[in-house]
Design a binder for this molecule. Structure first.
Ligand code: ATP
Ligand code: MG
Length: 146
């Protein structure tokens, strides 16, 4: 699924000269694959939107016990600490981004958080302005082929 997202995004990635690195264990996420696909799509689209040309997006998936941890990291604009608690709110967009990015609704992360919570998972963010952003999603899962 993550590979699928990267394939779909490939055109944007090459057009913007972004490098993408994927470190993924073979895992089977437990849940609705269409909904989870929307989550990865939004996180990767955000990383592309808010990372300037020449940047790098790293996507990793690993298994820890019964949990699967997926991280999407970019070295883009970052999000000011005081705005971090709001980015999962519906329609919330960080100010500078609003002027730059007109065709975004600010709904993506609100929907992603609802989907992750409905799957008994968590979504967290760490970010530093000028350095980049990491989203960490934890979901119940099991290793593939077990
Ligand atoms: P939509 O996803 O509905 O098209 P959106 O991407 O603006 O619109 P969200 O995905 O909910 O909305 O993100 C909310 C806001 O959080 C964004 O407008 C942006 O300001 C900020 N943001 C999200 N991801 C990143 C990121 N990787 N780097 C910097 N800022 C981000
Ligand atoms: Mg978005």
């Amino acid at each position: 699924q993550l590979r699928q997202v990267i394939q779909i995004m490939e055109w944007h990635l090459t057009e913007k000269e972004l490098a993408v690195r994927l470190h993924a264990a073979e895992i089977t996420l437990l849940g609705d694959s269409n909904l989870l696909y929307q989550v990865w799509m939004n996180l990767v689209t955000n990383a592309v939107k808010y990372t300037p040309a020449g940047g790098t997006i790293s996507i990793a998936a690993l298994v820890e016990g019964q949990q699967c941890i997926v991280t999407v990291t970019d070295n883009g604009t970052g999000i000011p600490a005081e705005q971090l608690p709001m980015i999962f709110d519906r329609f919330y967009k960080v100010d500078q981004a609003r002027s730059r990015e007109r065709n975004s609704s600010g709904l993506g992360l609100a929907i992603a958080q609802k989907i992750i919570h409905a799957h008994n998972g968590t979504i967290e963010v760490t970010s530093t302005v000028g350095e980049g952003t990491t989203f960490t999603v934890t979901l119940p899962c099991r290793p593939a082929n077990i």
